[in-house]
Design a protein around this ligand. Structure first.
Ligand SMILES: Cc1cc2nc3c(=O)[nH]c(=O)nc-3n(C[C@H](O)[C@H](O)[C@H](O)COP(=O)(O)OP(=O)(O)OC[C@H]3O[C@@H](n4cnc5c(N)ncnc54)[C@H](O)[C@@H]3O)c2cc1C
Length: 387
């Protein structure tokens, strides 16, 4: 079977659903392929919540991207009638015995600095103000410092993907779900994609295969990318738990190397999602252990919740596993494939990509249509690793 299109998008998680939609919106004959049936729970985009914030402490280069994403989530909400972006605010804070007020590398400091530079609405909170405004984070140390951004909050990943795929289809996109891409070649005429069902001939291709990228993309991605298993926990709330009426999402540094992040209890759930990040243990799509054992839940509660988040019990309502695909510097790779023509790779969003996905979709669509994009994505090029 042979199928022709102008652009093929390979992988329809966060990073694929967005360009698929934007390309269809631009009137491009676009086809999306996914080995599963997105939104699904096998990749990195599942669940109900992903934090978003305008002051992105990971780097100034991300600020214009996330700004565009916030605009696009609202546009998608208006088009679909779905609620995608909950602006409950975000609290980034450091309450650590090792805290050094002069340490410019502290994530809360970096976030604060960026907010000032970019004129992002925020408040700086002292320990007393954190205790008063957000009693769930008590006790914090007297040296604690908080950054509160009212415009941040969380986006709903599976809904965002579902909405963009649906709108793309309505605009004429073709979707091949449950179909695996096996091989990609290119020449001056275009790109040939071999799947387990057909051959797709495209003028251009966007590859957004998440943690499967290493295998699909070959060199140099096979050595640059690392898949890291992450665990998520939903701890049951105490009966009389005190949460502010509108509780924020949070990123909480509480020790030299210790941090967690989490979300306000969602209506009707009776639990609070808290998670951490790890980059030392490597996994792969085939070996990823998707079960969470009791010892991991106990360790999470003892290290990251007990004495740090009030109103939460050690009872685990639910747990889950997800994977980060990280680069050596934890930044993104968005670049043309070095040995495939007309092929753009967006991958390895290193565990912080969702908030940027809508805007990256718009930028990638512009690249496909006119060979350049409004956003400056040069910071994410492959050449930084060669240098
Ligand atoms: C636990 C966790 C928490 C996170 N928290 C945040 C957060 O708070 N804020 C934030 O901004 N970001 C966060 N992120 C990061 C964000 O979710 C990811 O960067 C983003 O979802 C990655 O999307 P993706 O499209 O690259 O990958 P995926 O969603 O995994 O999509 C890849 C797709 O490619 C398909 N595919 C792969 N190989 C093939 C093939 N050969 N043929 C066909 N299809 C293929 C897969 O089926 C899959 O659907 C978090 C990630 C995790 C795991």
């Amino acid at each position: 079977m042979e199928h022709r299109c102008e652009v093929a998008v390979l992988g329809l998680g966060a990073m694929g659903a967005a360009p698929l939609y934007q390309l269809a919106k631009a009137g491009v004959k676009v086809t999306g392929v996914d080995r599963h049936h997105p939104p699904h729970t096998q990749g990195s985009s599942h669940g109900d919540t992903r934090i978003t914030r305008l002051s992105v402490g990971e780097g100034a280069e991300y600020v214009p991207i996330v700004r565009n994403s916030h605009r696009i989530w609202r546009e998608l909400e208006a088009l679909s009638g779905e609620s995608l972006f909950e602006q409950c605010g975000v609290l980034v804070m450091t309450s650590s015995p090792s805290y050094d007020a002069d340490d410019a590398s502290d994530f809360t400091h970096r976030t604060l600095h960026l907010a000032k530079t970019y004129g992002i609405e925020h408040e700086v909170l002292s320990a007393a103000q954190i205790r008063e405004r957000f009693p769930q984070f008590s006790p914090v140390l007297d040296t604690a410092v908080g950054y509160f951004e009212p415009g941040g909050g969380y986006v709903r990943p599976e809904r965002c993907i579902a909405v963009q795929l649906k709108l793309a289809e309505e605009l004429g996109a073709t979707l091949f779900k449950g179909e695996t891409v096996l091989h990609i070649t290119s020449d001056e005429q275009g790109v040939t994609v071999i799947t387990d069902r057909r051959t797709i001939l495209a003028d251009k291709v966007v590859i957004s295969a998440g943690m499967w990228s290493q295998g699909l993309l070959g060199k140099p991605f096979d050595t640059l990318l690392k898949v890291c298993r992450q665990k998520l926990f939903w701890f049951e709330l105490e009966e009389n738990a005190r949460f502010a009426p509108v509780s924020p999402t949070f990123i909480y540094y509480h020790g030299p190397e210790e941090s967690n992040y989490g979300f306000p209890p969602l209506p009707g759930e009776g639990s609070m999602k808290v998670a951490t990040e790890q980059y030392s243990e490597e996994s792969s799509p085939d070996t990823l252990d998707r079960t969470v054992v009791d010892a991991e839940a106990r360790d999470m509660f003892d290290t990251h919740v007990r004495g740090k988040i009030a109103g939460v019990t050690s009872r685990v309502a639910k747990s889950a596993v997800c994977a980060y695909t990280v680069t050596p510097d934890s930044h993104f790779i968005i670049d043309e494939h070095p040995s495939l023509k007309n092929t753009l790779v967006v991958s390895a969003c290193s565990g912080h990509g969702f908030k940027h996905s809508a805007a990256l979709g718009e930028a990638l669509a512009q690249w496909c249509v006119r060979g350049s994009c409004d956003l400056d994505l040069s910071a994410f090029s492959l050449k930084r690793f060669a240098e």
